[in-house]
Design a protein around this ligand. Sequence first.
Ligand SMILES: Nc1ncnc2c1ncn2[C@@H]1O[C@H](COP(=O)(O)OP(=O)(O)OP(=O)(O)O)[C@@H](O)[C@H]1O
Length: 245
Amino acid sequence: MATRTSSLVVEAAGVRRSFGDTVVLDGVDVSIDRGEVVALLGASGSGKSTLLRILAGLDEEAGGSVSVPASRAVVFQEHRLLPWKRVADNVALGVRTGDAAQRTADALAEVGLADRGGAWPAELSGGQSQRVAIARALIRRPDLLLLDEPFGALDALNRLKMQALFGRLRAAHGFAALLVTHDVDEAILLADRLLVLDGGRIAETIEVDLDHPRAVDAPGFGALRRRLLTLLRVPASPDEEQNEE
Ligand SMILES: Nc1ncnc2c1ncn2[C@@H]1O[C@H](COP(=O)(O)OP(=O)(O)OP(=O)(O)O)[C@@H](O)[C@H]1O
C-alpha cells in the first residue's frame, strides 16, 4: 500500500485548547503537504493565533495530536528583532555552522537588504524590519514556515511588495507554510488552500485553483473573494457588488 502520509509536513488531529471555561479550539484537524501554502482565516478571536502557536510548539497545554517538522520557523506580526544586535547578527542567531556569514549574506540579499547587515534594528523601517524577520526565518532553511499576520502592520504598498517577495521566496525554497491573515485578497493571492476557522473547528476548506502569478483582477478571483467574505460574514462593499461579474 502506498504511504500517502509521507508527503505531509503537518499532521494535526483533534486539536483542542481551552482558556478557563472558554473552549477556543474544539477538535481541529489540519494537514499540510510538503511545499504547500495554506492560509488560515477566521473572525477575530476564532483561535487562529492559538492554533499557530500550537503548531509552532509554543503551547504545551493543547490536547490532540500534532506532528510538525523540527525544521520550522515562525514569523510574527511584530518583527521581534533583538535591538542590541545588528541586523546580520539577528539573522544569524542560532546558526552555528562555519558558513553562517555567507548564509546570512545570502538571506539578506534574498529579502533585498544586502547592504543593511551592519545596521541596528532601530535604523530600519517597518517593512525592512519584517524583511529581516523573514531572512532570520529562512536562514534555517525550514521545511515549514508559520506566519502570523506577517504583513499586517505594513502599509498597503509595502504589503503588496512583501506578498510578491513571499511568492518569489516560496518558488525558490519550496517551504510549506501556514499563513494566518485577515486579508482575504492576500490569502487568495498566496495560498494553495484556504481554511476557515469557526466555532472551534475548520468550518470550510477551499482549494485555490488559480494560475500563478495571481492578480486580484484575474478571472475567478472575485467569486472566490465573495465566497470567503460570506463565510467570514463580512458584507461585500457596494462598489464590489457593482464591479464584479
Ligand atoms: N493566553 C491566553 N489566555 C486567555 N485567553 C486567551 C489566551 N490566548 C488566547 N486567548 C483567547 O482565545 C481566543 C482566541 O484567541 P486568538 O488570539 O487565537 O484568536 P485569533 O483568531 O488569532 O484573533 P485575532 O484575529 O483577533 O488575532 C480569544 O478569545 C482570546 O481571548
